[in-house]
Design a protein around this ligand. Sequence first.
Ligand code: SF4
Ligand code: SF4
Length: 327
Amino acid sequence: MLKVNLGNTGLSVSTVGMGVLPIGPGQLALPLEDGAEIICHAVKKGINFIDTAQYYRTYPYIKRALEILSTSREEDRRAAESLIICSKSLARDYDGMMAAIRQAISELHRPFIDIFLMHEVRTGGFEERKGAWQALIDARNSGLVKAIGVSTHHVDVTEQMASEPECDVVFSLINYASMGIRRGSGAASCHDMLSAIKACRDAGKGVFTMKVFGGGNLTGNYQKALDYVFSKEEIQSVMIGFGHKSEIDDIVSYLDGTMPADYNPDTSQKKMRISQEDCEGCGSCMKVCASKAIFYNKNGLAEIDQTRCLTCGYCSYACPVRAVIRY
Ligand code: SF4
Ligand code: SF4
């Protein structure tokens, strides 16, 4: 798979990365060996860029995959050695972020983490989390981390990072349908986000993106969704959550041009869930759910009763922050 130099970081990453959230306890909760096998499959297919987070609780899968690959054939061992791992934390202060970095290093059994980010930065959040940002700077200066940055769904935060001198990489949300793209407390378009991404690239930042399928809701337009991101030269790598080996094979087939023009993956077995990390409890999803499958949990956030859900997907379109996921 094609590799690119991620901004000015000196890190060479595949143009598709693997998000490991789907294999972990928040989604499919795969047994350790099964989840690790999917990561190994991705690596063997040429993917060397892995996205995780403190919140995902998926470090054991990555560690196990590295162990398996280290005892495999020479080619796989070399691939494992070139793996670029990106993690991130929702920590808001210095100590919390430094602890998150040390936890990742310890649980992954690595001497350092290639990329560490402030996770899910919203409008105004960068200023509010200055302590966490300082921890990232200090961790990079002491060699615990190679490159630092933010993950965000927000156009304004992406724009802000273009002029933030210490920021090396930006991990932003973009898809052709503009699902989940935000500016302040309102919605924004993929055109706005692309302009912000371009400003980051012009400033030498590495840029990779998330939610090409809008949290699974655009999978019915699989190739259209991929065509959009892969036609934008500003986007250096596209991070995609994989929970099955067949999903990795599909991407490889798309990239090598062997995918039939009318192909769409079978999503009939998928379920809907609401990301507790992203939900803001606004209730918009509940208003459109004719099955009354969505309720407020004890944290005041929306949750789906799977026994009532018809997987119609209407709630995902009603959600302003793309918290409804099909997996
Ligand atoms: S997918 Fe449809 S039925 Fe299920 S929770 Fe959403 S709106 Fe309700
Ligand atoms: S619409 Fe989205 S943010 Fe609002 S309650 Fe539903 S899932 Fe949460």
